[in-house]
Design a protein around this ligand. Structure first.
Ligand SMILES: Nc1ncnc2c1ncn2[C@@H]1O[C@H](COP(=O)(O)OP(=O)(O)OP(=O)(O)O)[C@@H](O)[C@H]1O
Ligand SMILES: [Mg+2]
Length: 323
């Protein structure tokens, strides 16, 4: 049996529209329907690590909120461990771990350790498992220095590691992570990725992130959502092969030249921002040296930097293909 199934699930929000006439808004408010999730279906087996990506407002958090029983879908069917996560919220909570990047489950004025003891009672975690997990995650996440300090005194990175620890103490079968690495430095990101890698296989992981590296390191399966619909659901390796390896080169010119992109070959997706040309391209189709040479023939270059394309570039390429 799959850990998670979604069958033709949709969810919309009603948001008030301002008419510009305050009295009219007070008497009869108009609403606009926002289709956040449209008719999505997928199945996730136990132990899978799935990366859920998509641009801002695509419907990722809404999907996670439905899977964790916070929101109820308008139509369609969701099961988590064979049960409806909303109707059986209490039961669902004891089987899952949740980390929403912008929300805290730790008691703000207390040290995290006190919240952990509270969670032990709530989840009825046996002493032995609790002690073992406390020791394991304190070590892996390197939080021994912060665990006794009130949470409000901690930095984002320190707090996020403790939040992650809180979501794992009851050995959840599924871990839902909504942008867990948002705003974190490279070292903390690495620590979190290493922990998720360690959990892989035993725990089902559903991860959303705008940092493609998180997804690349932790997940084998990629689900891309755009405007509430799934546009891709496939193995990451296959997606990479299909859409090629994207790179980005930024060429800073001595003087702004809006015509500079005219000299570039058609394989290059280029744009100009002030005096910098930003080129996205598939390394299987063109080399950075060829692009640079083209620009050097016509313009004076001040600086060059090459990086792997960020998630938006990959998504852009995926959309180009899907259209
Ligand atoms: N509580 C809400 N009330 C009204 N509209 C909402 C609410 N939450 C989300 N939306 C809308 O639903 C759509 C999907 O939002 P959602 O938060 O699921 O996107 P997301 O993919 O998580 O985006 P991001 O990458 O920015 O976190 C957006 O258009 C958003 O404005
Ligand atoms: Mg979100």
């Amino acid at each position: 049996m799959n850990d998670i199934t979604l069958e033709k699930v949709s969810k919309s929000y009603l948001v008030p529209v301002r008419s510009g006439k305050p009295f009219k808004d007070l008497v009869k408010r108009e609403y606009q329907k926002i289709d956040a999730v449209r008719n999505i279906s997928m199945e996730i087996a136990h132990g899978e690590a799935v990366g859920l990506i998509g641009p801002n407002g695509a419907g990722k958090s809404t999907t996670l909120k439905m899977l964790t029983g916070i929101l109820v879908p308008d139509s369609g069917k969701i099961t988590v461990f064979g049960k409806d996560p909303f109707a059986q919220r209490k039961r669902n909570c004891s089987n899952i771990g949740v980390l929403f990047g912008q929300k805290s489950q730790l008691w703000w004025d207390l040290p995290a350790k006190d919240t952990f003891v509270l969670l032990k009672k709530i989840y009825k975690i046996p002493d032995q498992i609790f002690e073992k997990n406390m020791e394991k995650y304190t070590d892996v996440l390197d939080v021994s220095r912060y665990i006794d300090q009130p949470v409000r005194q901690l930095s984002l990175g320190q707090r996020t590691r403790l939040e992650l620890m809180a979501s794992l103490l009851h050995n959840p079968g599924i871990l839902f992570l909504d942008e867990p690495t948002l705003g974190l430095d490279v070292a903390v990101k690495r620590q979190i990725r290493e922990l998720l890698q360690m959990l892989k296989g035993e725990t089902t992981i559903i991860l959303t992130s705008h940092d493609m590296k998180d997804i690349d390191i932790v997940c084998e399966r990629l689900v891309v959502i755009d405007k509430g619909s799934i546009v891709i659901d496939d193995a990451i390796d296959r997606v990479k092969k299909t859409y090629g390896n994207m790179e980005k080169i930024e060429i800073k010119l001595k003087e702004a030249d809006r015509e500079a992109v005219r000299f570039l070959p058609p394989e290059v997706h280029a744009q100009i921002e002030e005096n910098t040309i930003i080129c996205n391209y598939d390394v299987n189709r063109i080399h950075s040296a060829d692009i640079l040479q083209c620009v050097l023939q016509h313009c004076s270059v001040m600086d060059v930097s090459i990086m792997s394309a960020d998630i938006d570039d990959i998504i852009e390429k995926i959309y180009e293909g899907s259209h």
